[in-house]
Write a protein that binds this ligand. Structure first.
Ligand SMILES: [Zn+2]
Length: 129
């Protein structure tokens, strides 16, 4: 923003100079320049906001892509993630319907059944292939 402030300082100096010289035509030109400057400054701020919004969307897309590439879907009705060391099981229904990754909870310490706390879906890790 240093450049924008520098330009505004010059405009203010020109305006002060025009007042000092009582030069109305020059003053009027400076006011036109000042008005255009304010419009440009506003447009720059809008573009910065738009750029930030798009940057955030790109980052979100990258994260979603990484999450999708991390998924290993199996034929037992659940999926795991390559990046998980403890092989958590995730709900395929929540992923398919809402595009969210919900870990499923084992229903007992030695159970092969897992429950999704969000949608109530079940998965069994011992199902026949
Ligand atoms: Zn679910």
């Amino acid at each position: 923003m240093g450049t924008i402030k520098d330009v505004y300082d010059v405009i203010k100096d020109l305006r002060d100079f025009a007042v000092e010289q009582a030069n109305t035509p020059f003053y009027d030109k400076v006011i036109v320049i000042q008005s255009a400057f304010f419009d440009m400054r506003e447009e720059i701020n809008e573009l910065k906001e738009e750029k930030q919004k798009l940057t955030n969307e790109i980052e979100e897309g990258k994260k979603k892509n990484e999450a999708i590439n991390d998924i290993i879907l199996n034929n037992k009705g659940y999926f795991t993630k390559k990046s998980d060391n403890d092989n958590l099981i995730y709900c395929t229904k929540c992923y398919a319907v809402d595009n969210i990754i919900i870990p499923m909870t084992q229903t007992g310490s030695n159970s092969n059944s897992y429950l999704c706390s969000k949608c109530g879906s079940w998965a069994n890790t011992k199902q026949i292939k």
